[in-house]
Design a protein around this ligand. Structure first.
Ligand SMILES: C[C@H](O)[C@H](O)[C@@H](O)[C@@H](O)C(=O)O
Ligand SMILES: [Mg+2]
Length: 394
């Protein structure tokens, strides 16, 4: 079979939602006094956009093959990512067979090792990798999940992340993850407010609905341990990303000290098999949460997931729309997925990367059936209403 070769790779940027889902307008729950590592500075406490959580914007990677097929993917990397694609990574992609994904990944990773390894460089490599999987699957006329071994279940079930777990319960989700609002800098007052929020939400959702807390790297080990201990009475299922990503030692200590039965989770800002090997071998968490658009792409997530499986650790990828759905449905150690409620009041289901992807499937009654993922590639199209900019060419 003559395999198409890659003719051109192109990198675009777009603002306003999309893969950089923190890039929202005002009045959105996702930017309402959420605790972060910057919360120690009062001026940056109310809004994460004030310190630049949305500064990168969305990177769109398009890859065109010799037979005219075009694969694409989106991630969080913006102009920086576009520069890296056009000025550095393009040389490893153009002219290659669409099937040679492992080789292209290895060359992109090793060629950027001197300035990459984590963060926006790995986000960018992830975006190229996802576009390569979209392209190969479209050339084959199959959904990506069929290239990964096919579904192990008929449907995906989701927990919802947002300000309203009570509404998420009514919509059929299996659980609700709330953002933490107050960090250590707000002292005992802040701790009391955090606990009051959890107590109130537990009273609203009843005893059998999963309630989780997302701390977005904002705490220290002592505060996180105290918060977990006091929150145990409200049946918190897991405490997420309590500490900065590099504090492997703190995570291991937190996991030793949280109340029995409470899970410790992290990983959305971790990258590559080596970062996750550290989390796993140091006993940092019960569930790892790689973002497939930030950890290295599907090619790397396959390796990360196998490593986690050998450690009996679940892999529940951080919300990344269809890019995680096609992976999760093929893995036994990924029994459920995250859905980020991107409606400003978290009161209705809208596509996670709204408005950028057309045909993006959304959970109905907290579920997406495998059959909804059966279009070729990742099964989505770019919204022509979203104005793409190509800031660099090569
Ligand atoms: C809700 C959290 O603060 C983040 O905004 C969220 O994107 C991420 O941590 C998550 O787990 O969804
Ligand atoms: Mg999180």
């Amino acid at each position: 079979m003559n395999v198409p070769v890659i003719k051109q790779i192109r990198a675009y940027t777009v603002r306003g939602g999309g893969a950089d889902y923190h890039d929202q307008g005002g009045g959105h729950w996702i930017d309402d006094h959420i605790a972060t590592p910057m919360s120690r500075y009062e001026k940056y406490r109310q809004s994460r956009q004030s310190f630049g959580i949305n500064v990168l914007g969305t990177l769109v990677v398009e890859i065109e093959a010799s037979d005219g097929t075009v694969g694409f993917a989106v991630t969080t990397a913006g102009e920086i990512g576009a520069y890296i694609v056009e000025k550095h990574l393009a040389r490893f992609i153009e002219g290659q067979k669409v099937t040679d994904i492992e080789k292209m990944w290895d060359q992109m990773f090793n060629a950027t090792l001197y300035y990459g390894r984590k963060g926006v460089v790995i986000n960018t490599i992830s975006g190229v990798d996802l576009a390569l999987w979209d392209l190969l699957a479209k050339v084959r006329g199959e959904p990506v999940h069929q290239l990964l071994g096919g579904p192990v279940r008929d449907q995906l079930q989701f927990y919802a992340t947002g300000a309203r777990p009570d509404l998420a319960k009514e919509m059929g989700f299996i659980g609700g993850k709330m953002p933490l609002h107050h960090g250590p800098a707000e002292g005992e007052e802040g701790l009391k407010k955090n606990l009051a929020m959890i107590e109130d939400m537990r009273n609203r959702v009843g005893d059998d609905f999963w309630l989780m807390l997302d701390c977005w790297m904002s705490l220290d080990t002592n505060y996180a341990t105290r918060l977990a201990t006091k929150a145990h009475q409200y049946g918190l299922k897991w405490i997420e990303e309590a500490l900065p990503p590099d504090d492997y030692w703190g995570y291991a200590e937190l996991r030793r000290n949280v109340p029995k039965g409470m899970l410790v989770t992290t990983g959305e800002h971790e990258a590559t098999r080596w970062g996750f090997r550290l989390l796993l071998e140091m006993g940092c968490c019960d569930i790892i949460q790689p973002d497939v658009g930030w950890c290295g792409g599907v090619t790397e997530l396959i390796k990360i997931s196998a490593l986690a499986d050998a450690h009996n650790v679940l892999v529940v990828p951080h919300g990344s729309s269809v890019y995680s759905y096609h992976f999760v449905i093929t893995r036994h150690n990924s029994p459920f997925a995250e859905f980020l409620m991107m409606a400003p009041k978290a009161d209705q289901v809208v596509p996670m990367f709204n408005p950028l992807l057309l045909d993006e499937p959304v959970p109905v009654n907290g579920r997406i059936s495998a059959s909804a993922l059966d279009k070729p590639g990742f099964g989505v199209r770019l919204n022509p209403e979203c104005k793409l900019v190509r800031p660099y060419e090569h």
